[in-house]
Unconditional design. Sequence first.
Length: 230
Amino acid sequence: MLRKELQIFTFKDLLEHFPIRHIDKTKVDKIASLNYMQEYAQVAGRLTDMQIVGEKRGRRLVAHLKDDTGEIELVWFQGISWVEKTLEVGKPYLVFGKLSFFMNKPQIAHPEVENYTVQKADGKAHLEPVYPTTEKLKAKGLNGRSISKLTYALLQVLTEKDLPAPRITPTRLRRPTQHGCMSTIEAIAAALSLLEGPELAAPLWVLHAELVRRADAMRGRKREIVMAGP
């Protein structure tokens, strides 16, 4: 279906299927700090309760996540049975989604939920790419996140020797957790440079620098942005 829907025939095609935007999951918010100006939020806490309320079209699953500063409501209108089986009251989770407020209380509908670990306390080390997909692919479970995982898996197969580090170390959102680590967009740029030449990869290095600049601007951070090159 990737061939028919997205014209992806080879590994090269997959690498050149670029994300349409990036989501910032590099920090974890305290629930009490959430405000109406935020479009998205990522919080960590313990699931305190979970119950089904309403009937027919108004039927929904409502849960609450609590950290040391406050509580947020999580709501699901679809996939209720699957969510009930997946989540467990009393366990810690990392939650991300579009933030809204109901009766002045923070709420996320259909959040992304994953098990919380100490390693995830500060959020992800890089911006998360969002890849374009189609309705037919979504129906088969190949949404933007699935395509992102495919791209990541391909990049993992390529060794550090295959993906040489850029000649100039770029400004990054955060110091890599391990020597030689790259963000997804850096790895894709390095792979394209290896497969097709540095000219094709150059726009991705520009995009990487712009993403860092915008993230810094959102956080009120001022520093010189160094752009990488092949």
